[in-house]
Design a protein around this ligand. Structure first.
Ligand code: SAM
Ligand code: SF4
Length: 458
């Protein structure tokens, strides 16, 4: 695949990222804990039957000034212990409504930095999960780790607890960039760490990079890509730096540094795509790459790729998501439910014996059709309109009315050979997958083009 910058210039318009449909901006405060319990009960007879669990640990030992995640500086042991107890209480509260015949096939730990807390706390939560739910033998158990605090012994402990997937946040390999964003370098050699994890049996090992950070130059970013190719992790995420100072005021501290220009960012992305695909990686989604024999790449080839707030995963292991901890978003077949973001307010709600739902959204039947259609396009780059209509017991005409899709919406994409549509079967070409948001938007009946509401494709 050889990608030109012109392609991105033409399609670099403001469209939703479709991390979820409807987007998180549609979640509302009218949805409360009782609504969530009703939806949990309904989820027991909905598909998929598998259970995915998300555990959010908001704490970080040091806060990086570029970060856009929901984090808090690590607190006293007492505070952390209260948080862990709250998560365990929340797990018991929710689990009582979940059918015990259903199996946990996926557990993802994110944050913040889950490996910044004492791993005995991780063990306590894993023990609670295993006593409240039944686990499948092939459950994927994953943790996002900061390499600044990860020791080889920690990998042993995680492995012994059943973890089999790890993602490391690298962001950039250059000390001056890390200094500018107030981030510590990996504690150990990343190559040795990856080899150690591989030897232990960890799979799907992922490294995160970010492009668009202060002091990054085209030359230094190219070095990052060459270095990551040498390390050869199973998966690579290259995120575009999201500047959201209204959410994270610390990003304002970066104003004093030189940033790559939008044109340079585009060149970085194009370089990453061309180099990674020339060196054994397949494009999974716009920011994500996987080695061709990785299970995500195989799932992509077989049309079995799925995506949720935790990232890309396979349809085999992805279940309805039950999230625990501050800011966690549950994704059940019929609803989205988000917990309170502030970790201390979250603790208070749980300690009072309640759930900690802040906002949510119940999907209508029509929302479900649009959600599954958009997911199918975003992940697998293919849509069989007749099959989708049959899945939801409606006619093709009804499907087209609900999604407000017509071919005029994708004429330009078809002329540019990014999409093919024959006999109600839509296929996105490998190059088209790089601008797949622009394809998905054609099936979103609620999309109104508004500048500044959505980020541009890059
Ligand atoms: C929870 S962190 C990963 C685990 C750990 N806390 C760490 O930093 O290594 C999730 C990832 O989100 C990405 N990220 C965070 N803030 C971002 C921003 N403002 N723009 C783009 N990506 C960002 C980074 O690549 C980061 O590795
Ligand atoms: S990038 Fe990771 S370590 Fe840094 S503040 Fe964000 S969550 Fe914490």
């Amino acid at each position: 695949m050889k990608i030109s910058e012109n392609l991105f210039q033409k399609y670099n318009v403001a469209v939703p990222r479709y991390t979820s449909y409807p987007p998180a901006t549609s979640f509302h405060m009218g949805f409360n804990g009782d609504d969530f319990i009703e939806q949990i009960k309904l989820s027991n007879s909905a598909e998929p039957q598998n259970i995915s669990v998300y555990i959010h640990i908001p704490f970080c030992t040091q806060r990086c000034h570029f970060c856009g995640c929901n984090t808090a500086l690590s607190q006293s042991e007492d505070r952390i212990k209260r948080y862990i107890d709250a998560v365990i209480a929340e797990i018991s509260h929710v689990a009582q409504f979940v059918d015990k015949k259903r199996l946990v096939t996926q557990v993802s730990w994110g944050g913040g930095t889950p490996n910044s807390i004492d791993l005995n706390y991780v063990r306590e939560i894993m023990t609670a999960l295993r006593s409240e739910f039944n686990f499948s033998d092939y459950a994927e158990i994953a943790m996002e780790c900061s390499p600044a605090y990860l020791d080889f012994e920690d990998v042993d402990v995680l492995h012994q607890m059943g973890f089999n997937r790890i993602s490391l946040g690298i962001q950039d390999f250059h000390q001056e960039v890390l200094d500018a964003i107030n981030r510590r370098a990996p504690k150990h050699d990343v190559g040795e760490m990856l080899n150690y994890m591989k030897a232990k049996g960890f799979k799907g090992l992922n490294l995160d990079l970010v492009y668009g950070l202060p002091l990054q130059t085209l030359a230094s970013f190219r070095e990052n890509i060459q270095q990551i190719i040498e390390l050869k992790p199973d998966r690579i995420a290259t995120f575009s730096y999201a500047h959201i100072p209204w959410f994270n005021a610390a990003q304002k501290l970066l104003d004093k540094y030189a940033f790559p220009t939008p044109d340079e960012k585009l060149e970085m992305l194009v370089y990453a795509i061309n180099e990674l695909t020339a060196n054994g990686y397949e494009v999974i989604g716009m920011d994500h790459f996987a080695l061709r024999d990785d299970e995500l790449a195989i799932a992509k080839q077989n049309g079995n790729l799925h995506r949720n707030f935790q990232g890309y995963n396979t349809k085999k292991t992805t279940g309805q998501v039950y999230a625990f901890g501050a800011s966690g978003i549950s994704q059940l077949n019929g609803c989205f439910a988000q917990n309170i973001k502030q970790y201390d307010t979250y603790i208070e709600a749980i300690e009072a014996g309640n759930l900690a739902i802040e906002r949510g959204y119940v999907l209508s039947n029509e929302d479900t059709i649009i959600r599954d259609t958009i997911n199918q396009i975003m992940c697998n780059g293919a849509l069989d309109i007749e099959q989708m209509a049959a899945k939801f017991n409606c006619s093709v005409e009804d499907f087209l009315n609900i999604t407000k899709f017509n071919t005029s919406k994708i004429n330009t994409l078809m002329e540019d050979e990014f999409v093919e549509l024959t006999d109600n079967k839509l296929t996105v070409t490998p190059e088209g997958m790089l601008i797949v948001r622009n394809v998905a938007v054609a099936f979103d009946p609620n999309f109104v083009s508004v500048t500044n509401k959505y980020s541009t494709t890059i």
